[in-house]
Design a binder for this molecule. Structure first.
Ligand SMILES: NC(=O)c1ccc[n+]([C@@H]2O[C@H](COP(=O)([O-])OP(=O)(O)OC[C@H]3O[C@@H](n4cnc5c(N)ncnc54)[C@H](O)[C@@H]3O)[C@@H](O)[C@H]2O)c1
Length: 348
């Protein structure tokens, strides 16, 4: 996708801001510090919670603060805006920023539906602006190690990937447990483990079959009928015949070990946050297991790549089209679960 023409002489010339300075994980502060590390200049924060704006002023003395996005867009000369708000606001805010001529970094998930992704991509193209998603975990140690081992041929050809996360337990009473606001149980960590999986199995998506169980936890938490699925599950078929399953659960009393298991023709790879394991069957029926620890993550590479892209024209790693892939799977899974049948993937 075309991104803003090479316009910045140095990274310091890129003025950055955020929408959302939330307290759950202090993500606004984290983003501005990471952008600063990549050489860019934090200038503005928009946040509807005044107490969080006060935090931003403490963290970044002198930074412009706005209690509405519209005010930020009409007043600030910020170049790139990172959107760090609840999931159902991403598309609307991104379109508002792009229409005002600002480049956009959107926290994951890029959006909730494919249609939203396509509208954002079209607007960015029309305005020739940068649009990308903060897939910092593209550089997690676990997936960097997994890619290295699998590309070396250690498990042969990939047959299938099983990605899974969660276990039996009552969901927290926060916006992440609302289907309307979050998009569903698969839209938080599910997007990360799908993005890992799509790095490993980088093939065209053919079709998605989704499954969803509702109603066990919903009545017991704030959101009632608008609560997330108790479990979301999807099967993805790829062009060359491989398949992927993803399960995000709050009702599994026997959760599988590891986070992603990749089955190959010569062995299995078990990827967890901190550790990896390769299991191989031998001709004599014995099994050889090798294991180790993953290297540290390199999240700094995300904003470094964005800055290098805008200053030196370096290829953007997390394009909007790349970020659309996991969302397209999750959107199809949701619609497929409702329709009770597999749905074909659509590329532009
Ligand atoms: N990449 C990662 O590793 C990672 C980690 C944590 C969170 N996230 C993502 O970050 C995003 C935010 O999550 P969080 O945990 O920081 O949530 P949060 O609830 O702590 O913060 C969200 C903030 O957005 C503000 N907000 C909502 N609507 C707004 C609007 N229209 N204008 C301005 N501010 C608005 C809220 O007042 C709140 O302070 C989500 O997309 C989440 O998935 C990503």
């Amino acid at each position: 996708m075309a991104t803003k023409k090479r316009k910045f002489k140095t990274a310091a010339d890129i003025k950055v801001g955020v929408i959302g300075y939330g307290g759950a994980f202090n993500m606004g502060r984290g983003h501005l510090n990471e952008m600063k590390k990549a050489g860019m200049t934090p200038v503005a924060v928009a946040e509807i919670d005044e107490t969080r704006l006060a935090e931003a002023r403490k963290d970044f003395p002198g930074i412009e603060t706005y209690n509405s996005v519209a005010k930020m867009l009409s007043t600030s000369n910020v170049d790139i805006i990172t959107i760090i708000t609840p999931h159902n606001t991403h598309a609307k805010l991104a379109l508002q920023c792009l229409k005002a001529g600002k480049s956009v970094v959107c926290e994951k998930p890029f959006a909730i539906t494919t249609a939203e992704c396509d509208a954002m991509i079209a607007e960015a193209k029309k305005k020739n602006l940068l649009l990308t998603t903060y897939h910092n975990r593209h550089w997690d140690g676990c997936v960097m190690q997994g890619l290295k081992t699998i590309k070396s041929g250690a498990i042969g050809d990939i047959v299938r990937i099983e990605a899974h996360m969660g276990k039996w337990g009552k969901p927290r009473d926060w916006w992440r447990s609302s289907k309307t606001i979050s998009g569903g149980i698969m839209y938080d960590w599910g997007v990360h483990i799908l993005e890992y999986s799509l790095q490993i199995l980088n093939d065209d998506i053919k079709e998605v079959t989704g499954f969803a169980k509702y109603g066990f936890w919903g009545p017991k938490i704030t959101w009632k009928k608008d609560a997330n699925e108790d479990e979301g599950y999807a099967v993805v078929r790829f062009a060359k015949g491989e398949w992927l399953t993803i399960a995000l659960t709050a009702i599994d009393s026997n959760p599988k070990r590891g986070m992603i298991e990749i089955t190959g023709t010569k062995g299995s790879y078990i990827m967890d946050h901190n550790t990896w394991e390769v299991i191989k069957s031998n001709d004599d029926g014995s099994v050889t297991i090798s294991k180790g620890n993953n290297p540290p993550s390199e999240w700094w590479r995300y904003y470094q790549n964005v800055a290098d892209h805008l200053v030196k024209g370096t290829k953007l790693v997390i394009t909007a089209e790349w970020a659309r892939r996991p969302i397209h799977i999750l959107d199809l899974a949701d619609k497929s679960a409702k329709a009770g049948k597999a749905l074909a993937a659509k590329y532009k």
